[in-house]
Write a protein that binds this ligand. Structure first.
Ligand SMILES: [Zn+2]
Length: 185
């Protein structure tokens, strides 16, 4: 899934969605009209959960790396709280995964979670067309399995269904030209 928004300065910001949380309950103490999306900004290991209402969905396909989880707990006042979540498997092994990764005091745990997050971030960054990465490869054959890097001119074979590919030599992530789209926000 891919989202975007216009900033106050009318610049376009694009984000890959690395997780989705849908709050399925009514509670007056917090603003619950919310689907929250896990995105990353600033540094690659920084992730944050944002209110979906502030963004436009540009590509609504769900990641192949998501699994589904239903969190359910009953409050002291009997209010049943459910959160339907889609994220990578390891995210659900710890109720405070995001907190422990970004703000937790356990440095070792934080590093461990950052490594897991970076692994999935890469997989989801290359999964669907992603204009955060500006470069586009050349296609060298009719079957569209051989690509050439416009920066270092290395060529490689990529038979995956990913819409982005990574140059094995200069490690740049770039789009396969047959998937390039023009996203209007
Ligand atoms: Zn290259």
């Amino acid at each position: 899934m891919f989202i975007g928004r216009k900033t106050d300065k009318n610049l376009k910001e694009f984000f890959v969605v690395y997780g989705i949380e849908n709050y399925l309950y009514v509670d007056h103490s917090i603003d619950i009209d919310q689907v929250r999306l896990l995105i990353s900004d600033i540094a690659p290991t920084s992730a944050l959960s944002v209110d979906m209402n502030r963004y436009n969905i540009l590509d609504n396909r769900i990641s192949r790396h998501f699994v589904f989880n239903l969190q359910k707990h009953i409050d002291d006042d009997g209010c049943v709280k459910k959160i339907a979540e889609y994220c990578f498997q390891e995210y659900f092994t710890d109720d405070f995964f995001l907190w422990n990764m970004t703000d937790g005091e356990d440095e070792e745990l934080s590093k461990k979670y950052q490594k897991i997050f970076l692994k999935y971030k890469h997989l989801m960054d290359i999964e669907y067309y992603n204009p955060i990465f500006k470069d586009v490869t050349k296609v060298l054959d009719e079957e569209k399995t051989w690509y050439e890097c416009p920066l270092c001119f290395d060529a490689w074979e990529d038979k995956t269904i990913n819409e982005m590919t990574e140059c094995p030599k200069c490690k740049k992530i770039m789009a396969k030209p047959q998937f390039v789209k023009d996203y209007k926000i």
